[in-house]
Design a protein around this ligand. Structure first.
Ligand SMILES: [Zn+2]
Length: 347
């Protein structure tokens, strides 16, 4: 086979002969009653994941990976653990398990939520729409100049068949059916709230809070890191802190000035809290549609040298450091976790 043919080999085959890197994306390590977005991994499963990685793979930090990419040699079977958003359980539950196995991790923190009692908008949406047993029958909202109406009248037969608590515990967005209209409204509103600005999200959520009659700012189980917890996570060499914007907005939908504010202020505010500079970043939501070329330009200019996305799988040495691929890890038992890791490395 000539050199020309070798160069033309498909990426999958090319990958098999080269050391690959894989970046895992977690959000939460906690045991929750309800988890409609499937963001949480139980401490038991997280512990099994790390035990498996320490035995069969080569867990390295994001900065080690970055240095390895610079010299063009990624150590064999390299896996990087990352967390997005900055939930308090990253400190309470994930840190002790990471320490037990000596596995490094990067936690990307949404600066505006540190020390706040407010939940992220997607959690608030769950609290206001999915947790109440009874909601008013009609909902009307104007979002981005368009008025939407929903009828939440429930089928009385379904109410008898299955209690509300059972339904909310077993339901998540990947399921194809919705047991009650409130689940459909939740799906619709999740789609409608994601692209709008933080201020608009806040205004819709306060209307919803009044409409649903649900009080309080947020659940203790869903809070972000406190300033003290953030600094304790940052202490020591095992956990690195990265930036994840100020308010977790969908950057591609914001004008350039708003993107700059989110990225630069998010980074500066985090640096003030930590007392040192931050060089890594992950794009909120991280999909191809969630950020654009302008975002990457701003991130680069802000002094970030490594930015993680939320798509793709393993990669060999040639990869854009501003679009590092990552794979989402769900609450898998060891069998599913090991199967998926193996699949990613061999695909
Ligand atoms: Zn996020």
């Amino acid at each position: 086979m000539g050199i020309r043919r070798l160069i033309q080999l498909p990426e999958q085959i090319w990958k098999k002969f080269h050391s690959q890197g894989l970046i895992l994306l977690y959000h939460r390590v906690a045991t929750l009653d309800t988890d409609p977005q499937l963001l949480s991994v139980t401490p038991e499963h997280f512990s099994r994941h790390l035990e498996y990685l320490s035995e069969y793979y080569n867990p390295i930090s994001l900065s080690e990976l970055q240095r390895a990419m610079e010299v063009g040699k990624i150590p064999d079977k390299s896996v990087v653990v990352t967390f997005d958003d900055g939930y308090a359980d990253n400190f309470q539950n994930a840190k002790p398990i990471l320490e037990k196995y000596g596995i490094p991790a990067t936690v990307f923190v949404t600066s505006g939520y540190v020390g706040s009692e407010r939940e992220f908008w997607w959690d608030d949406l769950e609290r206001l729409l999915l947790l109440p047993d009874q909601l008013p029958d009609q909902l009307e909202l104007t979002i981005n100049g368009k008025t939407w109406n929903w009828d939440l009248t429930r089928d009385p037969e379904k109410i008898i068949k299955q209690g509300h608590e059972t339904k909310s515990k077993s339901w998540n967005v990947t399921l194809s059916s919705d047991p009650d209209p409130q689940y459909t409204v939740y799906r619709d509103l999740h789609k409608l709230l994601k692209p709008i600005s933080h201020e608009e999200q806040e205004s819709i959520l306060s209307i919803l809070a009044e409409w649903s009659g649900v009080s309080g700012t947020g659940r203790a189980t869903h809070r972000s890191l406190s300033l003290k917890e953030l600094n304790q996570l940052d202490r020591g060499r095992l956990i690195e802190i990265g930036a994840h914007t100020m308010t977790h907005s969908m950057l591609s939908m914001q004008p350039e000035a708003a993107q700059k504010e989110e990225i630069i202020q998010g980074k500066l505010s985090l640096e003030r809290m930590l007392g040192h500079q931050v060089h890594t970043f992950s794009y909120p939501y991280g999909g191809k549609i969630d950020f654009n070329k302008t975002t990457v330009k701003i991130v680069r200019k802000a002094g970030i040298d490594t930015a993680c996305a939320n798509y793709g799988s393993t990669f060999i040495k040639k990869v854009d450091p501003y679009r590092l691929p990552r794979v989402l890890v769900r609450d898998w038992d060891l069998q599913v976790f090991s199967y998926n890791i193996g699949k990613w490395f061999n695909e």
